[in-house]
Design a protein around this ligand. Structure first.
Ligand SMILES: N[C@@H](CCC(=O)N[C@@H](CS)C(=O)NCC(=O)O)C(=O)O
Length: 227
């Protein structure tokens, strides 16, 4: 049995979505365990640390793996594992050529290049909002300066690259697949916090992702992606 430990309103939504796509196409069954965030800190609850030393979601276990190695963390690994093991018709991942290079690039770009500045911006924003009133102006100034000097430039470059990569194509590696799932969360998070400015190809790609039955089922199963 596959068990997914999902943290509410988090990037582990990706894996719920992928599992729903696999369920629709292959009848793959899985159990979903939804963990609540700490109301005060918004962090993951301590119980995730009992499953994996990092204590972050997603965490997936599959009892068809060898004993002692049944627990997986990191969204990119989990996506690769699920596709290599269960997507036997290669519906969601290309295995060679430019399509494979595009798939692998975006699979890693999401966590390696786009999420770090996006999360940093989110943390600075949250810190500014939690700062006592008399010092909040200063905290916001720090956030805006860091955002202007480092974060916005990196995020803008990432969005520009994505926008141009989507010219004339519906999905990141040609056909819909694991790379779209991995990137969707990162891009939708940026859209939520900072907006996309005028990037019609990205907006159309996000909408295409959200229309998929697998995406809709994943939201039904796990709740809203953001909160
Ligand atoms: N690179 C990891 C990141 C995992 C991660 O940071 N997960 C977040 C979910 S958005 C988490 O569990 N945050 C709660 C916490 O850090 O306590 C992945 O892609 O799986």
């Amino acid at each position: 049995m596959i068990v997914l430990h999902h943290l509410e309103k988090s990037r582990s939504f990706r894996i719920v979505w992928l599992l729903e796509e696999l369920k629709l196409n292959y009848g793959l069954d899985y159990r979903l365990h939804i963990h609540k965030r700490d109301a005060e800190t918004f962090l993951a609850p301590g119980e995730l640390k009992e499953l994996h030393p990092m204590g972050k979601a997603p965490i997936l276990s599959d009892d068809s793996l060898p004993e002692g190695n049944q627990v997986l963390a990191e969204s990119a690994l989990i996506i690769e594992y699920l596709l290599k093991t269960y997507d036997v018709r290669h519906l969601f991942y290309p295995t060679e050529g430019q399509a494979w290079r595009d798939y692998t690039f975006w699979l890693h770009f999401a966590e390696g290049s786009l999420m770090p500045p996006a999360v940093m911006y989110l943390i600075l924003s949250k810190a500014a909002e939690k700062t006592p009133f008399f010092a909040r102006f200063v905290a916001r100034k720090i956030r805006d300066t860091v955002a202007k000097v480092i974060l916005s430039g990196n995020i803008r470059s990432a969005l520009d690259l994505l926008e141009s990569s989507l010219v004339g194509r519906e999905y990141l590696a040609g056909a819909f697949g694991g790379a779209d799932i991995q990137m969707y969360f990162a891009v939708a998070a940026v859209q939520q916090r900072m907006g996309l400015e005028n990037r019609p190809n990205i907006a159309a790609w996000l909408a295409r992702c959200e229309e998929r039955a697998g995406f809709v089922h994943a939201v039904e199963a796990s709740g809203p992606v953001f909160g």
